[in-house]
Design a binder for this molecule. Sequence first.
Ligand SMILES: Nc1ncnc2c1ncn2[C@@H]1O[C@H](COP(=O)(O)OP(=O)(O)OP(=O)(O)O)[C@@H](O)[C@H]1O
Length: 578
Amino acid sequence: MNDLLPTSTTREAASLGMRLLWRQRGLLVATVALLLLGTATMLLIPPLLGAIIDAVIAGEPFVNILWLGAAIAAAGVTAAALEGAGGILLVRCLQRALAALREDVFEAALALPLRRVEAAGDADVISRVTNDVESVTEAISGVIPMCARALFTIVLTLIGMAVLDPWLALAALIAVPIQVLTTRVFLRRSRPLYARLRVEEAERGRALVEAVAGADTVRAYGTADEHLDAIATASEIAVRTQREAGKARNIFSAGLNGAEFVGLAAVLAVGFIRVATAGLSVGAVTAGALYFHRLFNPIGELLGSMDDLQRALSGLQRLTGVVLSTGAATTPDTSTEIADGAVDVLGVRYRYGASATRDALRGVDLVIPSGATVALIGSSGSGKSTLARLIAGFDEPLAGEVRIGGVAAHLARSAGRPAALLVAQETHLFAGTVAENARIAAPAASDDEVTAALSAVGFNLAEVPGGLNATLSASVSHREAQQLALARVLLADPPVVVLDEAGSQAGADPTLAAAMRRASEGRTAIIIAHHLDQVRGADTIVVLEDGRITESGAPDELLAQPEGAFAKLWQLSRGPLG
Ligand SMILES: Nc1ncnc2c1ncn2[C@@H]1O[C@H](COP(=O)(O)OP(=O)(O)OP(=O)(O)O)[C@@H](O)[C@H]1O
C-alpha cells in the first residue's frame, strides 16, 4: 500500500473554496442580488392566482381578472429575466473560481516534492488532478447554481407563506424534521462511503497503471494473472462501496417523498380549518398550497444534490490535500537568484519514501567550486543518481543541505530559471516539433539560436526532413533525444549542469561525448561517468559506495594511490565502471 497524499478536513476544503470565491466578491454580490430579486418576483405569482380565485368567488368584473392575469404574466417575464441574468453571472463567477482552483492544484501537483510523489504513486496524483478536478467541476458548474436558486426559493417562499398566514407556514414546517432526519442519516452514511470510494478508486487506478506501465515485465514473467487478480479485487472492493452508496441514496429519496406528502397534507388540513374558523379566503389558502407545492422541487433538488455535493466535497478535500502537501497556497515564493554556480553538499542524507528501509545517501559532503567539472563514479545503486537529483533541486535532502551559489538547490534560480539542469539517461520529449522541444528550455529563443544550439551538440538538422519544424516521431533515436536534451542546456544556459548517465553511450559514441563536453563548457558540471573516457577531463573524481563518498581528488592524485578504488579501476579496465 502506498503512502497516499493526505486528504484535508472539511473545514480546510471549505476555506479553500471560500478563498477562491472571495477573489470575485464583486461579481458574487451582483449575482446574489439578481437571483434574490428574481426569486422574490416569481413569488408574487401564487398570491396573484389566489386573488383571481377570490375575485371569481366575489363575482368581480372580468376586467379585474384580466388585470390580475396581466400582472402574473409581467411577474413571470421579469422573474425569468432576472433569474436568467443572475444564472449567467453565477456560472461566470464559478467558472473563474474553478479556473483558479485548477491552476492552484496543477501548480501544487507540479511543485510536489519528488519523494512525496514517489511515495504516493503516480496514480494517486493523476486521479486527483483528473477525477477529482472533474467531480468538483461538475458540482460547481451544475449543482451549485441549482442549489443557490433552490435555497433562495425556499427561504423566500417560507417568508411568503408566513405573510399570507403564519399557521399555513407552521403547518408546512412539519415536513422539516422528517427532511432533517433523512438528510442527517444520509450524510452520516454517505460521507465516509464517498471518502472510501475515492481511495478505493485510486487503488484500482494504481493497480491498472502498474500493470500497464510494467507490461513488458508482466509478459516476460507471465504474471498477467496475478495482475488481473489484483485489478479485479480492487474493482470489486470499489463496486461494493458504490452499491452501498446507491442503497443509501434510495433510502434518502424515500424519506424526502414521505416528508413532502406529510407537509402538503398538513397545509391543506390547516387551510381547511382556517377557512372554516378564521375567515381566511379560499384564494389565500390556494396561494399557500401553491407556495408549498413550489417548495417541492427546490427542496428535492437541494437535498437530492447532497449526493453530488458530498462527492464534490470529498474531491475538494483531496484537492486541498494536494495544495496543502506542497504548501503552494500559503508559502510565498522564496526562490533566489544566485551569483555563481558553486555547489556545496553538506552532510546530506536521503531516503526514498517512508517505506524504504535504508538511506540512499548516508552523510555526503562535497564542495565543488564554480566552473569545476566533477565526475561521479561508483557501482550500481551507490547513490550517484540520487545525489545528481538533489543537486538539480528535484527534492530536498532529509538531513543536511545542498546549496548552489549559497542558496538551497531547489530554490536557486539563474535568470528566473532553475540554477541547475539535469540531463538524465532518458529524455522526455513532448509531442511536437524539434523546435518546440528545444524551446522548452528558452521559449524566447529565435530559430537561429535553436539551430545553433542543435548544431553545437551535433544534431544534424539537414538530415531531418522538415528541419526545425519536423514533428518528433516515437522512433526518435536515443542519440537524438540526448542531443535535444543537451541543446536545451545550451539554450537555457544554467550555471550548473548535471549529466546523469547522459553519455552512457558516449564511450562508444564520440558525437555524444563531444556534445556532453560542449554542454559542460563554462559551467559547473557534475557528470555521472560510466566510462573512463568521460572522467579524464574532470577536475575532480568522486567515488561513491553505498551512499557515501569513499574517495575523491584530482585524477592524477587518485592514480598516485595504487590501492585506491579509482586507480584499481583504471588499471583493470577502460570499460564500463558501474
Ligand atoms: N525511486 C526509488 N525508489 C526507491 N529506492 C530508490 C529509488 N531510486 C533509487 N533507489 C535506491 O537508492 C539507492 C541509490 O540509487 P541510485 O539510483 O542513486 O544509485 P546509482 O548509483 O545512480 O545507480 P545506477 O548506476 O544503477 O543508476 C539504491 O539502493 C536504489 O535502490
